[in-house]
Write a protein that binds this ligand. Structure first.
Ligand SMILES: [Zn+2]
Length: 498
């Protein structure tokens, strides 16, 4: 019998648990004992048997994949309805996110965001909060139910047409579910009668659910009817100050996309139904993008085709060649001037106590769209990749299959997990132990790929080396490393979590 099997076997005749057997096992246990100091060979055997009977100890402390609400769990045949409606899967991010159980379709254009997705979203929100607050942004929260009166005042109740989700309350008073909040914020600021020039610039933002009755919801979270957006509204004393604030917010947007590691372009854009005198879009180049962009090969000029003559091939700035690409719009900024402040009477008082209309800007970042766009542009055909900073979990640890030659590596994996969490505080809550040991390592590695952990650690054959080594996959670079426990801890200590 192989020694690693003898060790795990429960024998009532004393063979396999006595000292004679333990002596024979010394060669195998030596490196392990160095990692698990203070444990005698017998204690090690005892722990191993306990584990066989009751599963790993300290269950509550470790994040076990089997206990996470992750409906995939993770077999293709368990994804309900996928085979029956292949036409509904209109792009890579939608397909990958549904297959991995990250989102679950509810009604057309509406999704459940499952726990992994919400983790990524909360991290993205943190990244955005940091950038918005760095430029003086203050977070508030406005009602989603927006009264028709406000929209009639701006003239958009009719202008928005069928895009607005409209409803009436029990008194037949009309509302819409806000797709954007220019009217609402202008009404709020106007109601604060005594706004002073000393309080400006005022940068207010919220991150909330928005609603848009899309004629053709598609591409999963890229074009849904219910979505999360960060919308900021700014108020300034004059046009010059307003344009300065506009540049400041655009810079903050660049910081957000840079910290996520995106290749993006900022293009001149049409002001559409929002209005105003200047507008830019932040676009991620992608083949499924719905926007056509013209980019100059010579200078930084880039524009949405909507804003220029579609037949134009020369750059209006430097006469260089324009080339066309498609993009996913993830951010949009508008310089509004006094379009809304004049209608809602958003005034502030100058140093001479003179009432003056405030100059406004508005700025959107599609939160759920950025999540889907990340998956769209970074993933391969069958493996999700997240920007490391916002990945739902940073690392997945895969212990050996039950009954395999390396089975005892499971204890080393438990020890590694505990050591990581203890030594690297930011990884606490970021490490998942894939305890589905009835599955092969290969099967679980495939699942880990589909969920997109930046790092996967496997207890493979080298756990019997002295010192034991773990197989570490850096999913974003494709690199595979063999590292000791200290090596793994050192690697993970460099991981940033927002
Ligand atoms: Zn140019």
């Amino acid at each position: 019998m192989a020694p690693w099997r003898a060790l795990g076997r429960r024998r009532r005749d004393g063979v396999g648990s006595g000292s004679s057997m333990a002596l024979g096992m010394e060669w195998l246990l030596r490196p392990w004992k160095e990692l698990l100091p203070g444990l005698t060979t017998r204690a090690l055997q005892r722990q191993y048997r306990y584990r066989c009977r009751h599963g790993p100890p300290h269950r509550a402390k470790r994040l076990l994949l089997s206990q996470l609400f992750q409906p995939l769990n993770l077999r293709e045949d368990s994804v309900a309805g996928l085979e029956s409606k292949p036409d509904d899967l209109t792009c890579k991010s939608q397909r990958l996110m549904i297959q991995a159980g990250l989102i679950h379709p509810s009604s057309p254009g509406c999704y459940y965001y499952m726990p992994y997705t919400v983790r990524a979203m909360e991290k993205l929100v943190k990244v955005i909060d940091q950038e918005m607050q760095a430029i003086g942004g203050q977070k508030l929260n406005m009602p989603s139910l927006s009264s028709a009166e406000l929209w009639r005042t701006s003239g958009r109740w009719d202008l928005m047409g069928k895009e607005l989700f409209r409803l009436a309350d029990r008194h037949s008073k009309e509302y819409c579910l806000g797709p954007t909040h220019e009217e609402t914020i202008a009404d709020l600021i106007a109601s604060q009668g005594n706004l002073s020039y000393k309080q400006l610039p005022l940068l207010l933002y919220q991150i909330t659910r928005k609603f848009r009755d899309e004629p053709k919801p598609r591409f999963g979270l890229l074009r849904s009817r219910e979505f999360y957006m960060k919308d900021m509204y700014t108020f300034d004393t004059c046009e010059e100050a307003g344009r300065q604030t506009y540049s400041l917010v655009c810079e903050a947007y660049c910081n957000v996309f840079n910290s996520l590691g995106f290749r993006f372009v900022k293009v001149q854009a049409d002001t559409g139904s929002i209005g105003g005198s200047m507008s830019h879009e932040f676009q991620l180049p992608a083949s499924i993008g719905e926007d056509r962009l013209m980019i100059c090969s010579n200078c930084s000029f880039s524009a949405n085709v909507e804003t220029i003559n579609p037949d134009q091939t020369d750059c209006p700035v430097c006469k260089g060649k324009l080339s066309e690409t498609k993009g996913i719009e993830v951010g949009h900024t508008f310089y509004l001037g006094t379009k809304y402040s004049s209608v809602f009477n958003v005034i502030f008082h100058t140093a001479q106590n003179k009432p003056v209309l405030a100059e406004m800007g508005c700025y959107g970042l599609g939160i759920t769209r950025i999540l889907a766009a990340s998956v769209e542009v970074l993933s391969t055909e069958d493996s999700i990749r997240w920007p490391t900073l916002i990945a739902p979990y940073q690392v997945c640890l895969i212990p050996p299959k039950k009954g395999s030659r390396e089975e005892m590596g499971a204890m080393l994996m438990d020890n590694l997990y505990d050591s990581i969490v203890e030594a690297v505080p930011q990884i606490k809550g970021e490490a998942v132990l894939d305890d589905r040991t009835h599955l092969t390592i290969g099967k679980r590695l495939k699942d880990a790929n589909r969920l997109g952990y930046p790092y996967v650690v496997i207890a493979g054959k080298k756990v019997f080396d002295n010192p034991p080594e773990f197989e570490v996959w850096n999913q974003n670079t494709g690199e595979i490393m063999f590292l000791t426990k200290e090596g793994v801890i050192d690697l993970l200590s460099k991981v940033q979590v927002p």
